[in-house]
Design a protein around this ligand. Structure first.
Ligand SMILES: [Zn+2]
Length: 78
């Protein structure tokens, strides 16, 4: 199954990526609602949060923290 987040993860869809690691990505949402608004999601497709693997939950926490603190490993705009 694929979705827009899968497309961002594999580079098919454009996004402003503000954090990137082997488990998760953090991007700027299309409709930013606050200066600290980021969208964090795993690279693998899931139909809901309960299906995330433990390492992806941990990575999502690191991603959100890094994105919020400005400690981003990579940044790119397609
Ligand atoms: Zn997906």
């Amino acid at each position: 199954m694929t979705c827009i987040l899968c497309d961002v993860a594999d580079g098919t869809e454009s996004a402003e990526i503000i954090y990137d690691d082997p488990e998760c990505l953090a991007i700027t949402p299309l409709r930013v609602m606050a200066p600290t608004h980021v969208l964090v999601f795993p690279r693998a497709h899931y139909d809901g949060l309960p299906y995330f693997l433990e390492r992806e939950v941990e990575s999502a926490g690191r991603s959100a923290h890094a994105a919020g603190s400005g400690d981003c490993r990579t940044a790119r705009i397609k």
